[in-house]
Design a protein around this ligand. Structure first.
Ligand code: NDP
Length: 483
């Protein structure tokens, strides 16, 4: 219905043909505007309220989780209930917060500096690791202003050096305790928070004063919205230091496996063995992280890199939320070990591995389809697709294909379904004694469903009627026939 009513109100805008130099007029008959398909360009009251809540509640929440585990046996409701019924005073709770220490600063800042060095090294892995795509690679999309960026892909090298050093330290050199992350977790949370805010403020100022690509900046007119969702699409310092690539998948993501290993070693030291649940979490999440670095050239084609701008959501989220909340199952198990009966352990590991398989297969399928421009086979056959057009803000008309075959014909986001499956497996591995580890799946579920809606809104603005056609041919988002 919406499409029909828009069809009658035709929008036109001037278009200068690069070939002829003449002014043409392109008529877009489904309400699209050139370049208006990146970050949301309309801010509603709900978004503003949600942003204020996130800014207010997320930072204290990470400390609340920490104290619940360290002082209240990982019972999430205990501190709050204690305060409400008078068993715990606010002053007592305050005194249980971790201290701000020089060690916290030393660990976090050396880690960040080390990762900055690694990210600036040229990639050597692609020269000798068969099948690995690294070095300077083109991004797999065009920005709303029509720019096509290139990226320095060397994440696998940084991941292997960092994790290799952690293992060498644990088994041979013993420079620092292998439980360093658990031992100093609270202190590091403070520093990560400070850093997250500083990075967010820096990119906000940079967006206003010296943006990398002014044409891809977005200003909503609301300070909080711009601070949270970002102004610049691809802030960079120099040619290769890309804020999004660095913060999204370097310090926090590389630390993820190290944090999990540190949790496992802590559990071993405290309880004398590593539980099967801890193994499950380490294996599933370890493969997930390794996969991200093995496929870093794919990652540059995700919404994170192609469409989301860099603000507090990434700056703070990557420094604090990712290394803390994404590793919460391991932290929980370090304090509260869970031994699963063997059949349940096998079932959960299987669920996680199947989720991982779906996640990777779906993502690689779209990547392959886009890179071969629809010429390669999908599930052994020539793929079906829809041809769509879109307009960059230079008013250039561009063509793209939307895949209808394979996983992309089953639901519109089977990759999110895979992610939800593997995340569910990790949460269930923590048993049913407490809610804390399940906060993660709740978060991922909200993140993914909101992401589906956000993405569909964006794709509709970009592809117009062809997107409606895709939605009618592939009507479900996550679960075939259900949702
Ligand atoms: P997708 O990789 O699914 O990318 C969606 C984009 O793909 C759309 O915006 C559109 O972009 C394009 N597209 C949509 N439908 C089609 C089609 N049929 N054929 C071709 N192209 C299509 O989403 P994300 O970038 O969000 O996610 C990538 C992965 O990262 C997922 O597996 C997700 O689970 C994971 N992820 C995990 C997060 C976490 O916190 N754990 C957070 C975010 C992502 P275009 O403009 O290019 O056409």
């Amino acid at each position: 219905m919406a499409t029909r009513s828009r069809r009658t109100a035709k929008t036109s805008f001037p278009f200068t043909s690069k070939k002829t130099g003449h002014d043409d007029t392109i008529e877009i008959d489904d309400g699209r505007k050139p370049g208006q398909w990146g970050r949301a360009w309309e801010v509603d009251l709900f978004s503003l309220v949600a942003i204020i809540c996130l800014l207010i509640f997320c930072p204290p929440m990470v400390f609340y989780f920490y104290v619940s585990c360290t002082h209240y046996d990982c019972a999430l409701s205990a501190p709050l209930l204690g305060i409400l019924i008078g068993d715990v005073t606010v002053a007592e709770f305050w005194s249980q917060l971790p201290p701000i220490t020089a060690d916290g600063f030393k660990i976090v800042l050396s880690w960040m500096a080390f990762q900055v060095i690694l990210t600036n090294l040229p990639d050597l892995f692609h020269k000798f690791v068969p099948g690995y795509v690294g070095g300077i690679q083109p991004g797999s999309g065009i920005t709303p202003s029509g720019e096509h960026l290139h990226y320095q892909i060397n994440g696998l090298q940084a991941f292997c050096i960092s994790n290799g050093l952690f293992l060498l330290n644990g088994f041979i050199f013993q420079w620092v305790s292998p439980t360093i992350v658990v031992d100093h977790c609270g202190e590091m949370l403070w520093v990560a928070n400070i850093l997250g805010y500083l990075v967010s403020i820096l990119v906000y100022i940079k967006g206003h004063t010296f943006p990398t690509s002014p044409k891809d900046c977005k200003f909503s007119g609301y300070f909080l919205y711009d601070f949270m969702m970002g102004i610049e699409l691809n802030p960079r310092i120099g040619k290769w230091f890309d804020f999004k690539m660095f913060f999204n998948i370097r310090p926090g993501m590389i630390a993820w496996t190290i944090i999990n290993m540190s949790n496992a070693i802590y559990q071993y030291q405290m309880h004398g063995y590593v539980t099967n649940s801890m193994w499950i979490v380490n294996i599933i999440q370890g493969i997930y992280v390794f996969d991200t670095f093995w496929n870093e050239a794919w990652y540059v084609g995700t919404i994170d890199i192609l469409h989301d701008h860099f603000g507090w959501m990434f700056g703070w989220g990557d420094c604090v939320w990712l290394p803390w909340m994404y590793t919460i199952q391991g932290f929980y198990l370090a304090y509260k070990p869970v031994d699963l009966p063997l059949p349940i352990a096998v079932a959960l590991l299987t669920l996680g591995l199947v989720g991982l398989f779906i996640y990777r297969a779906v993502n690689s399928q779209k990547d392959y389809f886009r890179r071969t421009d629809g010429q390669g086979l999908i599930w052994g056959a020539k793929p079906k697709y829809l041809e769509a057009t879109y307009y960059t803000s230079d008013s250039k008309k561009r063509m793209i294909k939307l895949l209808l075959s394979g996983w992309w014909g089953v639901t519109r986001h089977m990759n999110y379904t895979g992610e939800l499956m593997l995340s569910t497996a990790c949460c269930l591995a923590c048993g049913l004694q407490g809610f804390m580890p399940y906060f993660y799946i709740l978060f991922v579920f909200i993140l993914m469903t909101h992401r589906c809606i956000r993405d569909e809104h964006r794709c509709k603005a970009k592809y117009g009627r062809v997107w409606d056609e895709y939605m009618s041919k592939v009507p479900h988002r996550l679960i075939p026939g259900v949702f």
